[in-house]
Design a binder for this molecule. Structure first.
Ligand code: COA
Length: 380
């Protein structure tokens, strides 16, 4: 499989109170079209919109047509929803549509507007991705990932400092990214002293509530000018909605399975990946992701973070955008933004956060506490 990424762009992520979902999507789409240099809106044959909460929070349940109208298009357009993996899932839908040969060029958009609502409304809406018993028990995503962290700590000796090191690295990367929500670096002390959200997770172990949009143009055509970037593997897997139904809380089975399929499809192995954007909704999630993706053995990822192996200058470099932790996590936009970041890395246009000589990259996007996982592999 070889699907071209013809153009890609993201808005700044953050608390964007003066911007509407329309504004944000139009900005990302126009920049992606400009970036492609050889495609116009009229060449787009289908639109896939990654979004989770437009109905629950925004009262808009007809998102495909909503954005097609805004774009002035009459093409097939649909919302793709998979909780926090909605963006990655929309990319997968675009890839499969182009691979089928039905469409030559499709537009994938990721959008979420979360900060206009009260924190308790957002937390409740996000729990729409959990199981009924979890909701009935009053669980939140910080509390579910805190449970996973506790088991990882008990089984592998992972410490709160190891998790804090993920936040320090990702805030450092975000300090080099003008589109990130938090562009300030943080110290270990600052993370360790931040208020507890759900023990052992503290404020600075958590991704924030964010607004933002991202857009990617996928095509079966090869770019005539400039460096071609291809998606060479794209896979999705699912698992139980609730944690209680899982055998092991230190791994996300769906992510392992999606990775296995994407590696097989692309013929690329974990040791060949130069740069990856992984779903660090909480710092423990990045440690688990690196183990599930096969970058490190089970129980060994925390040590790699501590030694700085996954920071710029190491290999594989993880979350050059700042990840969900510091770049921000507008849930439906995240999976699309991850592809934008890897595309920019492989093109060599990632600026101060450029990974030198990056040729192979990966995105890992997770919905809920691991019920949906999407892995995409890109080649420069
Ligand atoms: N990292 C760093 N700083 C953060 C932050 C984060 N994750 N979240 C908030 N802040 C900062 C804010 O910028 C603000 O700073 P200021 O006072 O200088 O302006 C301060 O902390 C308080 O912000 P506030 O919005 O009041 O925080 P909150 O207590 O309402 O929410 C969380 C904090 C962690 C509970 C919230 O961000 C959250 O629920 N995150 C998880 C989201 C989630 O579950 N996503 C789905 C994943 S599966």
């Amino acid at each position: 499989m070889k699907i071209s990424v013809l153009g890609a762009a993201t808005t700044k992520f953050g608390e964007l109170w003066s911007r509407s979902p329309r504004d944000l999507v139009m900005e990302a789409v126009n920049e992606a079209l400009d970036d492609s240099k050889e495609i116009s809106l009229q060449d787009i044959e289908a639109v896939y919109v990654g979004n989770m909460l437009s109905g629950t929070l925004g009262g808009q349940d007809h998102l495909g047509a909503f954005f097609a109208e805004e774009l002035g298009l009459h093409v097939p357009a649909m919302k793709v929803e998979g909780a926090c993996a909605s963006g990655g899932l929309a990319i997968h839908a675009g890839v499969t549509a182009v691979s089928s040969g039905i469409y030559e060029n499709v537009l994938v958009v990721g959008i979420e507007k979360m900060t206009d609502f009260k924190p308790e409304e957002v937390a409740e809406a996000l729990m729409g991705a959990g199981s009924d018993p979890e909701r009935d028990a009053g669980a939140s995503f910080p509390s579910l990932y805190a449970l996973m962290a506790r088991v990882h700590m008990e089984k592998y000796g992972t410490t709160e400092e190891d998790m804090a090191a993920v936040a320090v690295k990702n805030h450092y990367h975000a300090s080099l990214n003008s589109h990130a929500q938090f562009t300030f670096p943080v110290t270990m002390e600052k993370v360790m002293e931040s208020p507890v959200v759900s023990s052992p997770l503290k404020l600075l172990d958590c991704s924030p509530i964010s607004d933002g949009a991202a857009a990617v143009i996928l095509s079966s055509k090869i770019k005539k000018t400039g460096r071609n970037i291809f998606i060479v593997g794209s896979a999705v897997a699912t698992d139980s909605l609730g944690l209680a139904e899982r055998d092991d809380l230190t791994t996300i089975y769906a992510a392992k399975e999606a990775a296995r399929k994407a590696y097989k499809m692309s013929g690329v192995g974990p040791n060949e990946i130069d740069v990856a954007e992984v779903h660090d909704c909480f710092t423990i999630a990045e440690i688990i992701a690196m183990e599930d993706l096969g970058f490190f053995g089970k129980g060994e990822a925390a040590r790699a973070v501590r030694l700085g192996q996954t920071r710029l200058g190491g290999r594989p470099v993880i979350n050059t955008s700042g990840g969900l932790k510091a770049c921000g996590h507008p849930v439906g936009a995240t999976g699309v933004k991850q592809v934008v970041e890897i595309y920019r890395q492989l093109k060599g246009i990632a600026g101060k956060k450029q990974v030198k000589g990056a040729k192979l990259g990966l995105t890992h996007n997770v919905g809920g506490s691991g019920a949906t996982a999407v892995v995409n592999i890109l080649k420069g």
